[in-house]
Design a protein around this ligand. Structure first.
Ligand code: ARG
Length: 570
């Protein structure tokens, strides 16, 4: 049940009846407890239009709105806000219905992870992978059809030297277990050995002309490199699979056709042999965006003078494929903020070319992951696939903490907890920050059992499960009925009922930190309830067990949507 939507609908009906059919109710969580559970400030905006005093209009709306069984109290507060307290019977109904309601879904493409295979997977690919995967899970849970697209960088001149090096050392050489030294060797040979450099350049030509033997070598290299990425995905519990890979090379065959199409539409201008599009010349809405300092329109190059294609060209083909072949209604690009300009150009190109009309193309940028020294984060220097090192370190650190906290666990249990806590901590630290800002990667902060961290939430979950174990009650059988008496019970029930609106907010904003904040507030509301309301053996046991069971299930589902495991005992 989406409480926010329900209140919005009821208040907007009243606004319409008052003569402000276009006015919005603007409902949000109350900013202070004395303002009830939700606040609406739509009356403030509509009052002007209706030429009425805001507080008076707010009072009239409360009278007119159908809030029976929805709000147990509605009052005018401040300059004309409507403060609403949710009816406990409605909460009781919300808490026995499904935890997540599926909506009439859209087809959503999510472009995430997308490592470049000519070098090791970088930290910014880790951020894209973690954020994209959480968004994919949330959208799917809400009933959307998610089409994961791993737009890997698998084409370009850099592959010439890798293919030539692979030729020399042989495909099954042990050195391929360590790709990082493989890239380094290939690059230094390219710089130092003239003969090797010649063969590398020839390999580029062979790739471009489609020489089968060279393509087979390249494919072999891509497969090996992708299997390293897959190992990172598996270790992190990320839902990407080989079938989600559709890299840059997949669009090679479309590029000439794109150019012909742009030409047929009269969009191409030649400049020193390169082919360009001037969005500002096609539509006035691009005048400001594509303007040089001297006021002249700025072009976007779609083919270089040597006939080579660019990052844009491939992305334009991918965009058209997603719109026309995958039938996407929404395409989310979870890509580093440093590429913002690229996406502005890409979306403008698509618009003037008429590709994907009606489809929502969205770049959702994220900031840089910093080390504690404030510089871009680096994993330990040298040796091994670096992101795997990070995963191993996370597990080792978590294991040490868990051993100290609960020495009674068996060795196998320790490993499970260490994996869940270590990887959960890394993911949650990233997801819980507003993604647009940079954030500092700090082991101690992310592994703390206090505060807005994965271990805190996982521990809250385990505490509830231990209560059920102690009472020998199956959480599934805790079905209430809900009887709200104490203030802490109302606050907890309300927070539980807000799960749906939180997920819908994550889906529309593509901001997973809203879900993290929600789960942290849920665990905190639970802790306050648990401190003041005895559960086992109390008169209100049935109702309170329902609150406990629902909290555990919501924490579990919520963490699962973030790609984080929960364990019953830790
Ligand atoms: N491989 C690119 C990089 O590492 C990111 C690709 C993002 N997706 C896209 N459709 N351009 O910079």
């Amino acid at each position: 049940m989406n409480l926010k939507r329900l209140l919005t609908e009821r208040l907007e009906a009243a606004l319409a009846a008052a003569g402000a059919a276009d006015a919005q109710a603007i409902v949000g969580p109350a900013t202070r407890p004395e303002f009830g559970d939700y606040q609406a400030n739509g009356a403030m905006a509509a009052a002007k239009h209706l030429q009425q005093a805001p507080r008076e209009l707010a009072g009239a709306l409360i009278q007119a709105a159908d809030l029976d069984g929805v709000a147990s109290a509605a009052t005018v507060t401040g300059p004309g806000f409507i403060s609403l307290t949710i009816d406990d019977d409605l909460l009781a109904r919300a808490l026995t219905g499904p935890i997540i309601e599926r909506l009439a879904g859209q087809r959503v493409v999510i472009d995430y992870s997308h490592p470049n295979l000519a070098k090791e997977m970088q930290v910014h690919h880790l951020r894209s992978t973690i954020i994209g995967d959480a968004v994919a899970r949330v959208l799917e849970a809400l009933g959307h059809t998610v089409l994961r697209q791993n737009h890997i960088g698998d084409w370009g001149t850099q592959f010439g030297r890798l293919v030539a090096h692979l030729d020399d050392i042989g495909e099954d050489a042990d050195r391929l277990t360590d790709l990082e030294s493989f890239y380094t060797q290939a690059s230094s040979r390219f710089d130092a050995e003239a003969d090797f450099a010649g063969r590398a350049r020839q390999a580029v030509v062979n790739l471009q002309t489609g020489d089968p033997a060279t393509l087979a070598r390249w494919q072999r290299y891509i497969d090996i490199s992708m299997s390293h990425c897959q190992a990172v995905y598996d270790a992190l519990g990320v839902s990407l699979r080989p079938e989600h890979v559709r890299g840059e090379s997949a669009y090679n065959a479309d590029l000439d056709g794109i150019i012909q199409d742009l030409d047929a539409k009269g969009l191409l201008t030649e400049s020193d042999g390169a082919l360009c599009v001037f969005p500002a010349r096609v539509s006035a809405k691009y005048t400001d965006q594509f303007k040089a300092k001297d006021g002249r329109p700025v072009p976007v190059i779609v083919r270089k003078s040597d006939g080579g294609y660019l990052y844009h060209s491939t992305d334009l083909a991918a965009l058209r494929y997603r719109a026309d072949t995958l039938n996407a209604e929404r395409v989310l690009y979870i890509v580093d903020a440093r590429q913002a300009m690229h996406f502005r150009q890409l979306f403008a190109l698509a618009d003037v070319a008429g590709y994907g009309a009606g489809v929502s193309f969205e770049h959702h940028p994220f900031g840089t992951m910093l080390g504690r020294d404030g510089r871009p984060f680096k994993t330990r220097q040298g040796g091994g696939t670096r992101l795997l090192d990070l995963v191993e370190e996370a597990k080792a650190r978590a294991r040490a903490l868990v051993e100290a906290k609960n020495p009674d666990l068996s060795d196998a249990e320790m490993d499970d907890v260490a994996r869940a806590v270590g990887i959960g901590a890394v993911k949650y630290a990233d997801l819980s920050k507003n993604r647009t800002s940079d954030y500092v990667f700090d082991w101690d902060a992310m592994l703390s059992f206090d505060g807005n961290t994965a271990p805190y939430l996982q521990y809250a979950y385990a505490r509830i499960m231990s209560l059920f174990a102690r009472g020998e009650v199956d959480p599934e059988s805790a079905t209430g009925p809900l009887a709200v008496d104490a203030r802490e019970e109302h606050v907890l029930a309300l927070q539980l009922a807000r799960f749906q609106e939180t997920l819908e907010l994550v889906a529309s904003s593509v901001m997973p930190h809203h879900l993290c904040t929600y789960l942290y507030e849920l665990a905190s509301a639970f802790m306050r309830f648990y401190e003041s309301c005895p559960v086992l053996g109390s008169d209100a046991e049935a109702s309170r067990l329902l609150l406990c069971a629902r909290t555990a299930a919501t924490l579990k589902d919520g963490l699962d949507l973030l790609g984080i495991e929960t364990i019953d005992r830790m």
